[in-house]
Design a protein around this ligand. Structure first.
Ligand SMILES: Nc1ncnc2c1ncn2[C@@H]1O[C@H](COP(=O)(O)OP(=O)(O)OP(=O)(O)O)[C@@H](O)[C@H]1O
Length: 293
């Protein structure tokens, strides 16, 4: 497993009016790892995910994604206000203007990062396979004339999209449900479909927001295996938010713990399990007070 960093978060700050949801958050995710972001309710985990994936524009700090053979500043591609120095530097000015006009979370996905949501967000009235085809619209040849004329390149890219969709349906064990409506699937199947949908965009890092929420123990075990397959067979880095501590400790190479919008601990599962600050944050005890997980 390569040990270089795929994601580096520095001094990340997110304010919602007077609420300081994130306050100087720093962490780094190694390429090819399974990492977890944990913490009590309201700690700021989903806010971090929303900043990483471009759903929120962070109030301050830096998020660098090193994927798809380049480094991308997530905050920059969402479009930032002009700086005085831009008026003296035409290249910087044009870049800033481009991101202000055409920037957004789609560029974060194109740069190699995909996500799933805490509350499942599938197109429930569409079939399972259609959900995966829609996810690939950025990769498919969408030229108007190519579509009207049904050019060879257009047909090939449509076939590739379908092949990719069936490939990922196979990985998440949903091939036989390809033509069912997504809304007819069980909760656990819908969660797996969300993962397949994220993977269809060919990410190098996938952020899973509470993937085990609502799953029974055997579904959680199957999910754990699937996450290992993503890491070991597809070289995908996985970052997850999860409340199921058994699963987190079992699967994670690295854990970042948040509390009240701040990182209170980072390290491997054994370090985290025995960290007094983490125990106190979870059990609501005062630091120094004797508690065990
Ligand atoms: N869009 C928003 N507007 C205002 N406040 C927000 C918004 N999103 C999050 N917050 C606040 O930011 C803080 C962190 O919330 P967040 O959802 O990130 O926590 P969390 O760790 O993901 O919690 P949970 O485990 O319950 O999902 C909370 O105080 C929350 O109320």
């Amino acid at each position: 497993m390569s040990q270089d960093s795929i994601l580096k978060v520095e001094n990340l700050v997110m304010h919602f009016g007077g609420i300081k949801a994130l306050n100087d958050v720093n962490f780094e995710i190694k390429r090819g790892s399974v990492s977890a972001l944990i913490g009590p309710n309201g700690a700021g985990k989903t806010t971090v995910f929303n900043c990483l994936t471009g759903f929120y524009k962070a109030t301050g700090g830096s998020i660098m994604l090193h994927a798809s053979g380049k480094s991308t500043s997530v905050i920059e591609v969402l479009g930032e206000p002009f700086q005085v120095s831009d008026y003296l530097n035409p290249v910087a000015f044009i870049k800033r203007l481009k991101y202000k006009m055409f920037g957004g979370s789609h560029l974060v996905n194109r740069a190699g990062l995909a996500r799933t949501f805490q509350n499942i967000r599938l197109f429930k009235e569409m079939s399972v396979v259609e959900n995966l085809l829609v996810a690939q619209h950025m990769r498919v040849n969408r030229g108007m004339f190519a579509g009207i004329l049904k050019t060879k390149a257009f047909k090939e890219s449509e076939e590739e999209a379908l092949e990719r969709a069936f490939y990922w349906l196979g990985v998440v064990d949903l091939k036989e449900f390809a033509n069912r409506l997504a809304g007819e699937l069980s909760y656990g199947q819908q969660r797996r479909l969300e993962i397949a949908r994220a993977m269809c965009t060919n990410p190098e890092i996938v952020c899973l927001d509470e993937p085990a929420a609502g799953l029974n123990p055997s579904e959680t075990e199957a999910l754990t295996k699937m996450i290992r397959v993503l890491r070991d067979e597809h070289n995908t880095t996985v970052l997850l938010i999860e409340h199921d501590m058994g699963m987190v400790m079992n699967i994670s190479d690295y854990i970042v713990v948040l509390d009240h919008g701040e990182v209170i601990a980072r390290g491997g599962p054994d370090d985290i399990k025995s960290n007094p600050k983490v125990i106190a944050a979870y059990l609501g005890a005062e630091e120094g007070e004797e508690v065990t997980l």
